[in-house]
Design a protein around this ligand. Structure first.
Ligand SMILES: [Zn+2]
Ligand SMILES: [Zn+2]
Length: 208
């Protein structure tokens, strides 16, 4: 029991440290040397900083649609609780990262779906793609999602308001070491337990 709890605490502290590192990465990079980094071997000033170049591949479940991202850790990883994201993922929240387009290589076939839907009635709720889901030319946040026409996984998307970057669904990387979210949006639509998953009693236990 004690071991279990202490391991969980260690994990929580680790996650916080990661989040902290991710959030302060911009500041850290602006400084010449971060405090405590003197232990790093010569020639490697930033041993595990977010600036390390990594190649990560996101893919759909059947594997035909792939997005390869090569570059430093993304500077924006965000979870969203809005109903658009809930319905899109089939999960209580979405998690996505944005990468500069030039760091992204897309392979395979995808079907595009745009929101807000042209000619549709306003949604009775706010979404992260326009405030009420009305499609107008001035809608700054049109979102075009690309999903696999074979297996249905949504893998990447574009936002009209951020044309230089490609959004990738973090789950599509299937990588638990991916940087954690730096922010969360539309929390008025959130399932209340989402922010405290470790407190769930899980009467059916943990599947392995
Ligand atoms: Zn697929
Ligand atoms: Zn959303």
């Amino acid at each position: 029991m004690n071991t279990k709890y202490s391991r969980r605490s260690v994990l929580a502290v680790g996650a916080l440290a990661l989040l902290d590192a991710a959030m302060s990465s911009t500041t850290a990079q602006a400084q010449t040397q971060a405090p405590g980094s003197g232990k790093a071997p010569a020639g490697k000033p930033r041993s595990k900083q977010a600036s390390a170049i990594k190649t990560r591949t996101a893919s759909c479940n059947c594997g035909q649609l792939r997005v390869t991202c090569t570059g430093p850790d993304p500077d924006r990883v965000v979870m969203c609780n809005c109903y658009l994201c809930q319905k899109k993922t089939g999960s209580p929240f979405s998690l996505q990262a944005r990468f500069p387009n030039e760091q992204v290589k897309i392979e395979g076939k995808s079907t595009a779906w745009r929101f807000p839907i042209e000619g549709a009635k306003p949604t009775p709720y706010r979404t992260c793609a326009g405030s009420d889901g009305i499609a107008t030319d001035s809608a700054a946040d049109l979102v075009t999602s690309h999903f696999c026409p074979v297996c249905g996984s949504t893998v990447y998307y574009y936002r009209k308001s951020d044309p230089a970057r490609t959004g990738v669904r973090v789950g599509a990387f299937a990588d638990p070491t991916f940087p954690p979210p730096m922010g969360s949006g539309f929390e008025e639509y959130a399932h209340p337990w989402v922010m405290n998953i470790s407190a769930l009693s899980m009467p059916l236990g943990h599947h392995k």
